[in-house]
Design a protein around this ligand. Structure first.
Ligand code: HEM
Ligand code: HEM
Length: 178
């Protein structure tokens, strides 16, 4: 399989970044909600010690993905036969996924720095963890989480619709071909 995409299929780099990011983002949505839900400070600290590096990994993967598409690779052509509103909706959702993921990473880092949680969990500063609700980036991080979950459902739902109902190559070409 070629590293770069062809007019008909995604290349190995795009496919690897896509699925690794998707896996990490599901982990982030789940771990973020668990951190928010738990009343136990030690559990919250343990969850956030994994949540923060995963978020930074997604940020780096997304920046790499932007550079990859911008400088080194070109998207395959849209599959023939889709109504133009669906192609426009897909493009808009992909663009919003980039924006919301970058916003989540930025607000998460802002929250960690401003609240001092980063210094407590990773810098050996004395605890306890702060109440994150006291810090401004908690608001966009919470709204972004809901928006990202909605985009995720719409995007994955569309992919599954193409695969199981329309039975076209949309999902297959976002996988490793022989
Ligand atoms: C794409 C990246 C990220 C995603 C998808 C994500 C997702 C989430 C979600 C779903 C929540 C729970 C929100 C709620 O229920 O209102 C959350 C909370 C949180 N996240 Fe993230 N996050 C990301 C990046 C980060 C990063 C990079 C950091 C820190 C460096 C971070 C730190 C936090 C903190 C401190 C909370 C608050 C927990 C609480 O209120 O108890 N997040 N995140
Ligand atoms: C939150 C996790 C996800 C994010 C952030 C995401 C993001 C993206 C983006 C930005 C693209 C456009 C290609 C690119 O810029 O690299 C894309 C394409 C695609 N994604 Fe996802 N994705 C996620 C999860 C999923 C899941 C769970 C599925 C399948 C159930 C899926 C199936 C696809 C398919 C089939 C394409 C190709 C669409 C086409 O050719 O028009 N994605 N994804």
């Amino acid at each position: 399989m070629s590293m770069k995409s062809s007019p008909t299929t995604y290349g190995a780099v795009a496919v690897s970044i896509h699925w690794l990011s998707a896996l990490l983002i599901v982990g982030l949505l789940v771990s973020g909600m668990l951190a928010d839900d738990t009343g136990d400070p030690a559990t919250k600290a343990r969850i956030l010690s994994a949540h923060a590096p995963m978020g930074i990994a997604v940020l780096l993967l997304t920046l790499a993905r932007i550079v990859w598409w911008w400088r080194l690779d070109s998207h395959p052509a849209p599959l023939a036969g889709d109504p133009s509103w669906q192609m426009k909706a897909a493009r808009a959702v992909h663009g919003l996924l980039y924006i919301v993921v970058l916003g989540m990473a930025a607000s998460g880092i802002g929250l960690f720095v401003l609240s001092g949680a980063g210094a407590i969990l990773f810098g050996g500063a004395p605890g306890p963890l702060p109440d994150f609700a006291d810090f401004a980036p908690r608001v966009p991080h919470g709204i972004g989480a809901k928006l990202l979950a909605a985009l995720f459902i719409g995007h994955a739902g569309a992919a599954l619709y193409h695969h199981f109902v329309k039975r076209d190559a949309t999902l297959k070409r976002m996988w490793f071909s022989r």
